[in-house]
Design a protein around this ligand. Structure first.
Ligand code: FVH
Length: 292
């Protein structure tokens, strides 16, 4: 179609774990890929797979219209692209950053004559090139750029465009990562509780995975509905007052087992504040308002 990628070729700067996985996926799909990495040795396995290795970042940028960067942080993007001529380039930034980083980088790219798309990768390297793994990239920024290169961008992992505000992909990326962080905190505490007991880790892991799935699905749906309606009445027999009472048992159990409560305490304190402010009869959704 007229919106498909005009050429099956691109430059990729940054060959860490993620950049290398992306390069491999494009090469496997028959794309012409020019690569560059600060430490040149990391490019050699890709040369063996057919990539062209540029001697400098500027040379890689000059090679193709579509330039993808996947670097450590936003500062390394600025440092890497500093001396490159970005005029007429379609710059896709797959480096994790904040929403403000994304917006500032979009303005920076526009000043240099480039179109810009910011991407938040919701996948780990082994998921790249494996569609059934369910990974995707959230993109925001130039809709025109996304339409033009959508076919190419979908090669390593699925792609979802979330809006013209270049900060939007990072916002949703970081929100999802933050939720993951809380989940991993819970998993860490749970395994610490059963550690050194007769509980078999494998059996417990199966219980834990099923429990998290059963809780997360309905919970996020309820939270979204309540935020949309601005009504936080409890929809389940588990209001905040009950949960605060339950927290005392969680904390006492940790103490009995000699497990630190440092992961549990902050969330328990927020629930207590919600109850103290008169929200004991409602669902935990009100805590979203207490935070923001
Ligand atoms: N790996 C993952 O699981 C996650 C999944 C979700 C997305 N993240 C983000 O992807 C970006 C790159 O992550 P990565 O996993 O490829 O990271 P590393 O393997 O550590 O490679 C980092 C590359 O960045 C280069 N680099 C670092 N600093 C500079 C700099 N000042 N100038 C130029 N390049 C720089 C580094 O080069 P070198 O050390 O090999 O010379 C690597 O190419 C990241 O934003 C994740 O948050 C990954």
């Amino acid at each position: 179609s007229t919106f498909s990628s005009p050429a099956r070729k691109l430059s990729l700067l940054g060959l860490g774990a993620m950049g290398t996985a992306l390069a491999r996926a494009w090469l496997a799909a028959g794309y012409e890929v020019t690569v560059w990495n600060r430490t040149p040795a990391r490019a050699e396995p890709l040369r063996a797979l057919g990539a062209t290795v540029a001697d400098s970042a500027a040379e890689a940028v000059a090679a193709h219209e579509l330039v993808v960067v996947c670097l450590w942080d936003d500062a390394s993007v600025g440092a890497t692209l500093d001396g490159a001529d970005l005029r007429g380039r379609d710059l896709v930034n797959l480096t994790t950053g904040t929403p403000e980083d994304g917006r500032a980088r979009a303005a920076w790219a526009a000043e240099r004559g480039a179109r810009f798309l910011d991407g938040g990768i919701m996948a780990v390297p082994p998921m790249v090139g494996v569609p059934e793994a369910g990974g995707y990239v959230l993109y925001s920024g130039s809709a025109e750029l996304f339409a033009r290169h959508e076919e190419t961008l979908r090669v390593p992992v699925d792609a979802r465009y979330v809006g013209a505000d270049a900060g939007q992909a990072a916002l949703q990326d970081v929100a999802l990562l933050s939720a993951m962080s809380g989940m991993f905190a819970g998993i860490t505490h749970a395994f610490a509780l059963v550690r050194g007991t007769d509980v078999r880790y494998g059996d417990f892991a199966a219980l834990l995975a099923d429990w998290l799935r059963a809780m997360a699905g309905p919970s996020v749906g309820t939270t979204a509905r309540q935020l949309e309606q601005g009504v936080y009445d409890t929809e389940a027999p588990s209001n905040l007052a009950m949960q605060v009472a339950g927290n005392a048992t969680l904390l006492r159990t940790a103490e009995e087992r000699g497990v630190s409560t440092e992961l549990l305490t902050p969330y328990a304190r927020l629930m207590e504040r919600a109850v103290a402010e008169g929200h004991g009869d409602g669902d935990g959704t009100v805590m979203v308002e207490l935070l923001a």
